[in-house]
Ligand binder design. Structure first.
Ligand code: F6R
Length: 247
């Protein structure tokens, strides 16, 4: 695991995009694992701007997203499919048939999970982008999730439902379940880039990098991945910079 200290969120995004850009120029049909949430938004803007300036094409890449809510109607503005279309796919030349987001409206959700994991094993992510939760979660793999998990359905924690309520008209509308790539699916990626910005991530970043490898902190599993880069801005890297355990 390699840790790179970045100045701020813009620098985190630029450094992440430098890796992605270089890899796409080398392999224009690579497979990119993508995340939603606020952290990668600036990265997606950089991808769009670079495309609009005519510097790069995403025409032949394939993307696989980490997760999706269960039960939101198709086209719901809070669905992660909508998020990806709105914040990235609609603005670049990607073939949407090559963009995969778990189907949270599938009638047989267990089959959807099996199919998703099997798809990933046949289309291994060349680069997987990750954010991190303040409790160390990656995708919707909350503390306690088995490191051996493949794509599965999760019951969202009360804290996650509360956190996400700000995006819905009221808390009762927030889905109670989600479908998420498992930790094993994530660890299969050839390269993982985790982005962390803001002080709310500082403790999780310390535990992910310096703490014991434990299912209590899902991101700590990345210590055993052969090619992971953690990009942290100044505030998210606070405990790493002062080199002591969070108070
Ligand atoms: C998103 C995802 C989540 C987020 C994490 C951080 O697809 O799987 O694990 O990466 O919750 O979210 P933000 O970036 O909003 O702080």
């Amino acid at each position: 695991m390699r840790f790179i200290l970045a100045k701020d969120a813009t620098d985190v995004s630029q450094k992440a995009y430098d890796f992605i850009r270089k890899s796409i120029l080398q392999n224009p049909s690579l497979t990119l694992g993508l995340a939603t949430g606020s952290t990668p938004l600036e990265l997606y803007k950089l991808m769009i701007n670079d495309y609009k300036r005519g510097n790069i094409s995403f025409k032949n890449i394939r993307t696989i997203n980490l997760d999706e809510y269960v039960g939101l109607p198709e086209g719901h503005p809070q669905s992660y499919r909508y998020f990806m279309d709105y914040n990235l796919f609609n603005h670049i030349d990607i073939d949407k048939n090559n963009t995969k987001v778990p189907n949270g409206s599938a009638i047989d959700l267990n089959k959807e999970c099996e199919d998703y994991s099997s798809f990933i094993s046949k289309n291994v992510q060349d680069i997987q982008i990750l954010g991190i939760g303040s409790n160390g979660h990656i995708a919707f793999n909350e503390p306690g999730t088995s490191f051996n998990s493949s794509t599965h359905i999760v019951d969202l924690k009360e804290s996650t439902i509360k956190d996400n309520a700000r995006f819905f008209d009221n808390e009762t509308e927030v889905p109670k379940k989600a479908i998420t790539m498992g930790i094993k699916d994530i660890m299969g990626a050839k390269m993982i880039i985790l982005l962390a910005t803001g002080s709310s991530k500082a403790e999780a970043i310390y535990r992910a990098i310096k703490g014991p490898i434990t299912e209590d902190c899902p991101a700590s599993v990345l210590q055993s991945h052969p090619n992971t880069v953690i990009l942290g801005d100044h505030t998210a890297s606070f405990w790493i910079r002062v080199n002591r355990e969070p108070d």
